[in-house]
Design a protein around this ligand. Structure first.
Ligand code: PEP
Ligand code: MN
Length: 267
C-alpha cells in the first residue's frame, strides 16, 4: 500500500519532504565556541542548510567524551543565531526537553534511543519536529512503529534517518541500508535523510555514500564535519575535513536536481 502523499516536515524555514534537498552539517560534538563557530561558518559558506552539533552523546564507552551537556547551551544558541541556521541536536533523556527545546529547532533521537518509548512519547507531546534515527538492529517496521509512538502522542513532524545497521561486516563501522530509504519513503511517505558518516564510519568513503543516499531518494543528508578532524573529541575517523566537504557540496548542488523524481513519492 502506498501513502496518498508525502508528509512534509518544517524545521525553521526549511521543509523536508517537498522535493527539496537539505544538508545538515557540523561536528559530531560541540567542543568549544571557536570550534563550533569556525565549522558552522564554513558549512554555511558551502551551502549547508542546517547545523548539527552534539551536546549529549550516547557513547558506547562510558569513559569516552560524553558531550559538554548544559555547558554547551550558550555556545549552541550563540552560534546558530550568528549563522542564522536551524540546529539539530540529540536529546537523550526526557528531562532535557524543556531547556534543550529552547535551543534546538529539531530534536534528534539517536540510534541507541530509538526504542526508548517514554522519550518518544514525551517528544510527541511537545511542538518541535523530531529526527528519528534507526537503531542499528531495528527492522524497518520497528522503526516505523517507533515513529508512530511520537505521532500518536500528538506530533506528526517526524523525519526518519538511516544511519547504518549492524551486519556480519566488520571492515566498515556499519552497513548503510539504502534499500531502507526507498522502502520507508515510498511505503510510508515520511521524509527520510541519510547519515553517511555513521553509515560507513570512514571519512574518505563518506562522500560516495552521501551521493548514493541522494540517488536512493533521500530528502537530505546529515554529515559530520570538523575544523581539525584529527583532533575531534568524538568520531574523528569519519569527520570530513573542510576541503572534502566543500568538494562534496559542489557535487550535491550539481546532482541534486537530477534526483528530484526519486524524491517524489511516485517516481
Ligand atoms: C550522532 O549523530 O552523533 C550519533 C551519535 O548518531 P547515532 O545515534 O546514529 O549513533
Ligand atoms: Mn557522531
Amino acid at each position: 500500500m502506498r501513502p496518498e502523499k508525502n508528509r512534509e516536515v518544517r524545521v525553521g524555514d526549511l521543509v523536508f519532504g517537498n522535493g527539496s534537498f537539505q544538508v545538515i552539517a557540523g561536528p559530531c560534538s560541540i567542543e568549544s565556541e571557536e570550534q563550533y563557530r569556525t565549522t558552522s561558518e564554513f558549512v554555511r559558506s558551502c551551502g549547508a542548510q542546517a547545523l548539527r552539533g552534539g551536546i549529549y552523546k550516547m557513547r558506547t564507552d562510558p569513559k569516552a567524551f560524553q558531550g559538554l551537556g548544559p555547558k554547551a547551551y550558550p555556545t549552541a544558541h550563540k552560534i546558530k543565531s550568528e549563522v542564522q541556521m536551524p540546529l539539530f541536536s540529540e536529546v537523550t533523556d526526557p528531562r532535557q526537553i524543556p531547556a534543550l527545546g529552547e535551543i534546538v529547532d529539531c530534536f534528534q533521537v539517536g540510534a541507541r534511543n530509538m526504542h526508548n518509548y517514554e522519550l518518544l512519547k514525551e517528544l510527541g507531546r511537545q511542538p518541535r519536529p523530531v529526527l528519528l534515527k534507526r537503531n542499528f538492529s531495528a527492522t524497518l517496521l520497528e522503526w516505523v512503529k517507533a515513529a508512530e509512538y511520537i505521532e500518536l502522542a500528538g506530533n506528526d513532524q517526524i523525519i526518519l534517518c538511516e544511519r547504518g545497521i549492524r551486519t556480519f561486516e566488520s571492515a566498515t563501522r556499519n552497513t548503510l541500508d539504502l534499500g531502507a530509504v526507498a522502502y520507508v519513503k515510498t511505503r510510508f511517505g515520511y521524509p527520510v535523510i541519510v547519515d553517511p558518516s555513521h553509515g560507513i564510519g570512514i571519512a574518505d568513503l563518506v562522500p560516495r555514500m552521501a551521493l548514493a543516499g541522494m540517488a536512493a531518494g533521500a530528502d537530505g543528508l546529515i554529515i559530520e564535519v570538523h575544523s581539525s578532524p584529527e583532533e575531534a573529541l568524538s568520531d574523528r575517523d569519519q569527520a570530513l575535513s573542510f576541503g572534502v566537504f566543500q568538494r562534496l557540496m559542489k557535487q550535491i548542488h550539481e546532482l541534486s536536481p537530477h534526483f528530484a523524481l526519486e524524491r517524489s513519492l511516485r517516481p
